[in-house]
Design a protein. Structure first.
Length: 457
């Protein structure tokens, strides 16, 4: 929550109790929609509705897009359908479609039916696109000009229609059929001679998205070309709208949140943490935990396989936590780095051999350092009497050698798993830290007991 909103909440309650609504309305006009949304979220439903009703219609529409689903529904219930529809009419088309997508189907159907014919058509066209496609983010509010116009004509057109556009940083040049032929930044247009033609500024090169592209592609393109808006084309090259940086930022945040959740070993949450119901929270986290719990049976199997040898050298069991942690930590590090590198297009599955070489060298260096520490720990435990090994130096060598092998193996497992998942068309973030750690528990123990069997038992 914005700290400013938290400080304002008590003052707002005082103003409402004293019925000083004009003063409260003036204070609200100094806040950005995001800050007003934080303020409304901090209040109980009844005063929150009072605050919302004091907003001007355009400010209320912008604030509505910043609120969570539960608070929106409370406001809709309090305002009634007529006032709610008026607010929806003021919202940007893409924000309005996103809001309808989050409402219960019976509520969204009722409200869509009460929109004006034009807004209903626009909203339904956006909702008809696949859920994670660029089409869902597209707004038809943009400025387009013709190549045969003069700069003076173009500027007059921008002044007339730019007020209702999502952005005027970028102006789009279309032909007679509505096909995009170029995009121009506003700066050269403003600085050009009014008598100059629009065509004289064009280079006939532009970057565009397809309406069917995945939203993640839009995030990458926006970042790659440092744009604040990108045109969206249909299959015939017609310009149907634009996607702006604010919508892309929301997608990027959602994608990053999803990846963090998956790397943590749970299904991504669809709602904010505090808004997620108890049953859903248990299901999202429990499925992965149950799967990982079952996978750990393999660890029991490895220890059972070496049980007879362990009975001859019980002191080996003292070093199991050390072995497990070195493999799990190393594998988790590598998986996290490669998952992020894939997300940023720094690597791709075709680079697997380069990754193997890099991780082998890194694993060897890290393993050598940890291996030396392992030898030191083994000798220290013998000196202080915690490990009564008949050959402490040999035990230390077994531990150190095992750690070197486990760390190298961990870097390979952690780096190759995300590449493999990406190659198979799966989300690399599925190679979560708990999953890699579990795999390393099993394989690390096998390496450790295998080395001990050869060198010690």
């Amino acid at each position: 929550m914005n700290p400013t909103a938290a400080l304002l909440a008590p003052d707002v309650l005082d103003l409402i109790e004293q019925r000083r609504f004009a003063e409260l309305r003036s204070a609200l006009q100094t806040l950005a929609p995001a800050d007003i949304a934080d303020l409304i979220s901090a209040l109980e439903p009844e005063p929150a509705v009072v605050v919302f009703r004091l907003l001007k219609r355009d400010a209320a529409a912008d604030t509505l897009s910043e609120l969570d689903t539960e608070r929106r529904q409370q406001l809709f219930d309090a305002l009634g359908d007529v006032r709610t529809v008026r607010l929806l009419e003021e919202m940007d088309p893409d924000d309005r479609a996103a809001l309808f997508d989050e409402l219960p189907i019976e509520v969204s159907t009722r409200l869509i039916g009460r929109l004006s014919p034009e807004n209903r058509r626009i909203t339904q066209s956006i909702l008809n696109y696949p859920e994670d496609s660029v089409g869902r983010l597209t707004t038809p509010d943009y400025v387009r000009i013709r190549p045969d116009w003069t700069i003076g004509q173009a500027i007059d057109h921008i002044r007339k229609y730019g007020r209702d556009a999502e952005t005027v940083h970028w102006i789009f040049v279309v032909d007679d059929e509505g096909k995009l032929i170029d995009d121009l930044h506003i700066r050269p247009i403003l600085l050009a001679d009014p008598a100059q033609s629009v065509e004289s500024l064009m280079d006939n090169r532009f970057i565009a998205l397809s309406v069917s592209d995945d939203q993640e592609d839009a995030v990458k393109q926006m970042a790659r070309y440092d744009r604040t808006a990108l045109p969206v084309l249909d299959t015939r090259g017609h310009l149907i709208g634009i996607v702006t940086a604010d919508d892309i930022a929301d997608v990027a945040e959602a994608e990053a949140t999803e990846d963090v959740h998956k790397l943590g070993g749970l299904e991504a949450l669809d709602e904010p943490y505090l808004s997620t119901g108890f049953a859903l929270m248990v299901r999202k986290r429990g499925v992965w935990l149950a799967a990982l719990f079952v996978l750990q049976i393999a660890t029991i199997g490895v220890m059972s396989f070496f049980e007879e040898h362990l009975q001859k050298a019980l002191y080996l069991a003292l070093f199991v936590p050390l072995i497990i942690s070195s493999g799990g930590n190393t594998g988790t590090q590598a998986a996290s780095m490669l998952t992020r590198a894939l997300a940023l297009d720094e690597v791709n599955p075709a680079d697997w051999l380069k990754v193997v070489r890099k991780e082998l060298l890194t694993g060897l260096c890290l393993g050598s350092v940890l291996g030396v520490l392992g030898v030191g720990v083994a000798l220290l435990l013998d000196v202080i009497g915690m490990a009564n090994a008949p050959q402490p130096l040999l035990v230390g060598f077994v531990v150190g050698t095992s750690v070197v092998g486990i760390v190298i193996w961990g870097t390979l497992i952690g780096s190759m798993l995300p590449l493999l998942l990406d190659k198979l068309g799966l989300d690399p973030a599925t190679s979560s830290a708990p999953l890699v750690a579990t795999l390393m528990d099993v394989s690390g123990l096998a390496i450790y007991f295998g080395v001990a069997l050869v060198l010690l038992l």
